[in-house]
Design a protein around this ligand. Structure first.
Ligand code: HEM
Length: 228
């Protein structure tokens, strides 16, 4: 087990498995967030969002999600440091993979830090008021009192700077996923010359659909708040 955590292939394996786990989370997150666009005064979104407050989710799934982020970020930082050290001054060495390696070790780290900065703001916007301080209004739906998460999101997106920040964070996510998606399958051995191309296309489409989905939500909520 300690070999797995410290060997180069073990680290790459943990990066790809945690990355695919976080990708699954993003699909669920975007699916719930798309409910924001239903013109029902936020009912469907509030019911789905309050599912996150159930004890099973709060104490069961959330720690697993946090662990997924920690593993991905920690091993990403270790891999980047090792790659930079291994390359040393020879940053422009030629070879089959040189462009890819440089892209992965340089831009993936920069994009990762951008997403991390976005996530820090995002947690202050939502996770802290919803899960820790409960500094959020409440609403009763079907006789059940719950957090009015919809109003929190709607108020947040009345600030154009926040909309810009969410768009930048989502675009950073798109580029990060464009590379990370096929790379994960390559590490897992589910790739050859043909499948490498296929994973690249699937990953690129997936990355932009998910990321533009988040952008559309932020922009639509802003537009709706300004005109409705
Ligand atoms: C339109 C864009 C987005 C909106 C409106 C949004 C909304 C929310 C809300 C309301 C929560 C709180 C859920 C709760 O605890 O009850 C949340 C949590 C979270 N969001 Fe987002 N989100 C957006 C984009 C993103 C993106 C792009 C990422 C990832 C890069 C992300 C990652 C997370 C994470 C990690 C959590 C914590 C999950 C948990 O509760 O454990 N979100 N988001």
């Amino acid at each position: 087990m300690s070999n797995l955590l410290s060997s180069s292939i073990g680290r790459k394996l943990l990066m790809s498995l945690s990355g695919l786990f976080l990708i699954t989370f993003l699909v669920v997150h975007l699916s719930i967030n798309l409910l924001l666009l239903i013109p029902d005064g936020g009912e469907a979104f509030n019911v789905a969002a309050n599912f996150m407050a159930l004890p099973l989710i709060k104490f069961g799934l959330q720690p697993v999600l946090a662990l997924g982020f920690i593993v991905h970020i920690a091993y990403g930082a270790i891999l980047t440091a090792k790659n930079n050290k291994a390359r040393g001054n020879n940053k422009y060495a030629s070879g089959n993979n040189t462009k890819e390696v440089m892209w992965a070790s340089k831009n993936m780290a920069v994009l990762g830090v951008t997403i991390l900065a976005f996530l820090a703001v995002h947690m202050v916007d939502y996770w802290i008021p919803l899960q820790i301080t409960h500094a959020v209004g409440s609403v009763t739906i079907g006789g059940v009192e719950m957090h009015d998460t919809y109003s929190l999101v709607a108020a947040n997106f009345q600030n154009p700077l926040k909309v810009v920040l969410y768009v930048i964070g989502s675009l950073g996510l798109a580029v990060h996923l464009t590379h990370g998606f096929w790379s994960a399958f390559q590490t897992l051995g589910a790739s050859n010359t043909i499948w490498r191309k296929r994973w690249t296309v699937i990953g690129t489409v997936f990355a932009w659909v998910v990321s533009l989905g988040f952008c559309v939500i932020a922009i639509a909520m802003y537009a709706c708040g300004s005109c409705c």
